[in-house]
Ligand binder design. Structure first.
Ligand SMILES: *Cc1c(COP(=O)(O)O)cnc(C)c1O
Ligand code: SF4
Length: 350
C-alpha cells in the first residue's frame, strides 16, 4: 500500500496524548499568562478537580501568547463561576444518562444508533454536555461490547452506527478496527460514522495506522469533526483532514456556538471558509446544551438567529451550517430558523 507522507510518524500521537497539559499553571506558563490575568480563583480549582483540565500541546501552540481572551484558551481553561449553580443548567441537559442508553448504546433517532465507545477524549472542553456523564458504567468497552453488537444485530431498523463518546479516536487502531469490522458485519447497517474532535486537537492521530483502519472499511464512513474557531484549523489539521478526504472519507464539522469564542459573524464566516480549505463541510452549529458549569458560554437563541442570518448572506449555501438545538424527547435535532435580513452590501449599493 502506498504510504501517505505526514510530517509526523505513525504512533507519535500516543506520546503526545500522554504528555497533554493537565495542570493549570503549566498551561498558563505556556501561553504567557498569570493567574490574575485570567481571574482564576478557588472555584476554578474545584472545577478543575471536578472535570480535569486536559489539552494536547499541539492545540496549545495555536493559542495566542498573552491573550487571556484567546478563543482556544477559553474552551479549555477552568474558570471561576463554573461551580456556581445557575438555574436551568443541570448535569444531564439532553436526558441521556436518565434514559435511552442501554450499556452505551443510545438509540434516540430513527435509523441511527450512537455508541458511547469510551469516556476518554484528547481534550476536555469546558462546555461539554457529557462532562458529567457516568462513563464508568455506560460505555461499550469490554463485556459491554458483545451486548452492544447483539443489540444492533437485533434491530433491523438501524442503518447507521455512530461511534462517539468521549472520542472514538482515543482508541488504538486495533480495537477501533475490530469494532468497525464487527459493526460492518451486521448486514442491515449501511453506513458508519465517527464523531471525533481528535483530528482537530491532535492531528498526528491521523497517521498511516489510522489510514490502514480506514482502508479496511467495506461500508461508507463519514467523519464528523468538531472545530469551533478557524484558529483551531492549523496547517497540521489541514494536512490530516486532506489525508482523510483523499482516503475517500466524507468529512463534516459540528461546532457549538460559544460566547467569547465564535459568537460573531466574522468568526463564523472564517470558520466555514477555513473548514472548506481542509475539505470539511460545515454540518451543525449547536446552541449550547445547558449543562451545569457552562452557563458563561451561552448565546441566546435570538442572537444566534441574527448571527446566522448575517452569516448566510456572506457565504455560499453549502458553507452555512444548520443552526440546531437539542430538545429532550424530540425525534431529531431541532433546526432553529433564521431571520431574513436585507443584504447589507446591496443597501450600501456595492
Ligand atoms: C446527534 C445525535 C445523532 C445524530 O444525529 P444526526 O442528525 O443524524 O447527525 C444520533 N444519536 C444521538 C443520540 C445524537 O445525539
Ligand atoms: S471532545 Fe467532544 S466529547 Fe470530548 S470533551 Fe470535547 S466536546 Fe466533550
Amino acid at each position: 500500500m502506498e504510504r501517505h507522507r505526514f510530517p509526523w510518524s505513525t504512533g507519535d500521537w500516543r506520546g503526545q496524548l500522554a504528555h497533554a497539559v493537565t495542570d493549570v499553571d503549566d498551561l498558563l506558563e505556556l501561553v504567557g499568562l498569570t493567574r490574575d490575568a485570567v481571574d482564576l480563583g478557588l472555584d476554578a480549582e474545584e472545577a478543575a478537580r471536578n472535570f480535569r483540565l486536559r489539552v494536547p500541546r499541539a492545540f496549545v501552540k495555536r493559542m495566542r501568547r498573552g491573550a487571556s481572551s484567546d478563543p482556544l484558551l477559553r474552551q479549555v481553561l477552568p474558570t471561576n463561576g463554573e461551580m456556581q449553580p445557575v438555574r436551568g443548567f443541570n448535569v444531564d441537559p439532553v436526558g441521556e444518562a436518565s434514559g435511552g442508553s442501554a450499556g452505551g448504546v443510545l438509540h434516540k433517532y430513527r435509523g441511527r444508533a450512537l455508541l458511547v465507545v469510551t469516556g476518554a477524549c484528547a481534550v476536555h472542553c469546558r462546555y461539554c454536555f457529557r462532562r458529567h456523564y457516568p462513563y464508568g458504567n455506560e460505555t461499550v468497552q469490554g463485556q459491554g461490547l458483545e451486548q452492544a453488537i447483539a443489540a444492533l444485530e437485533a434491530d433491523r431498523s438501524i442503518s447507521e452506527v455512530i461511534l462517539s463518546g468521549g472520542d472514538p479516536l482515543s482508541l488504538a487502531d486495533e480495537p477501533l478496527n475490530d469494532l468497525c469490522d464487527a459493526i460492518e458485519a451486521i448486514s442491515h447497517v449501511r453506513r458508519l460514522r465517527w464523531h471525533t474532535r481528535t483530528p482537530v486537537v491532535l492531528p498526528s492521530r491521523v497517521d498511516n495506522g489510522l489510514l490502514g483502519v480506514i482502508a479496511g472499511r467495506r461500508k461508507p464512513l463519514t467523519i464528523v469533526v468538531h472545530a469551533n474557531h478557524a484558529q483551531e484549523l492549523s496547517e497540521d489539521v489541514r494536512i490530516a483532514c486532506c489525508a482523510l478526504a483523499e482516503a475517500g472519507i466524507f468529512l463534516l464539522n459540528q461546532s457549538v456556538l460559544l460566547a467569547g469564542v465564535n459568537d460573531d459573524v466574522q468568526s463564523l464566516v472564517a470558520l466555514s471558509e477555513r473548514l472548506f480549505d481542509c475539505r470539511v463541510l460545515p454540518y451543525y452549529l449547536h446552541l449550547l446544551d445547558r449543562v451545569a458549569g457552562a452557563a458563561h458560554f451561552e448565546v441566546g437563541e435570538d442572537e444566534a438567529r441574527t448571527l446566522m442570518s448575517e452569516v448566510s448572506v456572506r457565504l455560499p449555501g453549502y458553507l452555512v451550517p444548520r443552526l440546531v438545538r437539542e430538545v429532550e424527547g424530540a425525534p431529531a435535532k431541532v433546526v432553529v430558523g433564521q431571520d431574513v435580513v436585507p443584504d447589507p452590501c446591496s443597501r450600501e449599493g456595492v
